[in-house]
Design a protein around this ligand. Structure first.
Ligand SMILES: [Zn+2]
Length: 342
């Protein structure tokens, strides 16, 4: 059994050379405080990011995910955790060498990225220690909604932790010469939050109700509606998770500040995301192993139900019957208010 926290770095971490051991130390201290068993980490800095992710996944003992697309709503992934053993004791962190060489990526970004990547193994090890099975929760009604919820809450958890560590370890010098702790919001110029705002027009409204109506007017089959809706929801909910950590780093409660009246927020995302953040506000960022499993399942119960509620608002009701899942499709909620253009 892995009992300590060895680190191996393969490839040249370049400008991140100092940050890898720093992030590793943060992870080790956190895991030790939580009385977790050991985790062996290998950081691989690679030229072909997608190939290296697939290679690590193929070598691991968990089910292979077969394909990997680094495109995200609001950006492209440049680092990825691959859990190599079912107990979460061996993890590879794949880092795209192109990111390290990119002059637009600041040292602060590199530090945050590595802090984030070193937080995933902690929650993974906690989850394995608790024996959490995310695929067969007794409270789950829809596996797809559960998976979306899980991915978004995991990103939010790791960014909250990485943001807190960033604020403790890095400062920023302002124009007037004073220094302040570096927040995620300042580091990213609220980039994730602005990407959420852009996605409201670009993707959600009228894109999502239009997608449902394409099925209702016989332009696409039900299977395509479902696949596209799941994929679209996953992208935006994941982005909301990242943006939530960003706004919380400067004490704001809502990612929708300033866009509350956008139909995508009023009709769909606002009330749904509120349910999730209300539930999370009642929990610590990271609970010890004795409580982590229950707390994660409770948060996932709320987030899964919120995603089903979101789909219902879009006219897509997920009904669970003895024969399995059935989709009932009705007219999506749309904005009845005609705004005058002046
Ligand atoms: Zn992540």
């Amino acid at each position: 059994m892995q009992t300590d926290f060895p680190l191996v770095v393969v490839g040249d971490p370049g400008r991140a050379a100092e940050f890898v051991p720093l992030a590793h130390r943060c992870m080790t201290e956190l895991a030790t405080a939580l009385h977790l068993p050991g985790i062996a980490i290998t950081v691989r800095v690679v030229d072909d990011f997608v190939a290296a992710v697939l290679d690590a996944a193929a070598r691991g003992e968990l089910p292979n995910f077969g394909s990997y697309d680094p495109e995200r709503v609001g950006g492209i992934a440049a680092a990825k955790n691959i859990v190599m053993t079912a107990d979460g004791s061996v993890v590879e962190i794949i880092v795209d060498a192109g990111l390290l060489a990119d002059p637009d990526v600041t040292p602060g970004h590199l530090l945050w990225l590595l802090l984030h990547e070193f937080m995933h193994p902690v929650s993974g090890r906690l989850r394995a220690t608790c024996g959490t099975d995310l695929t067969t929760s007794p409270n789950s009604r829809c596996a797809e909604a559960r998976k979306i919820a899980y991915r978004a809450l995991e990103e939010l958890r790791c960014d909250r932790l990485a943001g807190a560590l960033l604020t403790q370890t890095a400062t920023v010098t302002l124009d007037d010469g004073t220094t302040q702790p570096l927040t995620l919001a300042r580091l990213n110029d609220l980039g994730y939050t602005l990407s959420v705002h852009a996605a409201l027009d670009d993707r959600v409204y009228p894109g999502w109700p239009d997608l449902v109506d394409q099925y209702r007017t016989w332009q696409i089959p039900l299977e395509q509606l479902w696949n596209d809706l799941v994929h679209a929801t996953d992208g935006v909910i994941n982005l909301l998770g990242r943006a939530q950590a960003e706004v919380e780093s400067i004490g704001h409660a809502s990612v929708f500040r300033g866009v509350e009246e956008h139909p995508a927020v009023r009709l769909y995302l606002g009330p749904v995301w509120q349910q999730v953040t209300d539930a999370l506000a009642r929990q610590p960022a990271l609970a010890p192993a004795t409580a982590f499993g229950d707390q994660e399942q409770q948060a996932l119960d709320v987030a899964e139900a919120a995603i089903l509620d979101l789909w219902q608002r879009l006219g897509v009701e997920v009904a669970v019957t003895d024969a399995g899942m059935r989709l009932n499709v009705a007219a999506p909620a749309r904005d009845a208010v005609q705004h005058a253009v002046s």
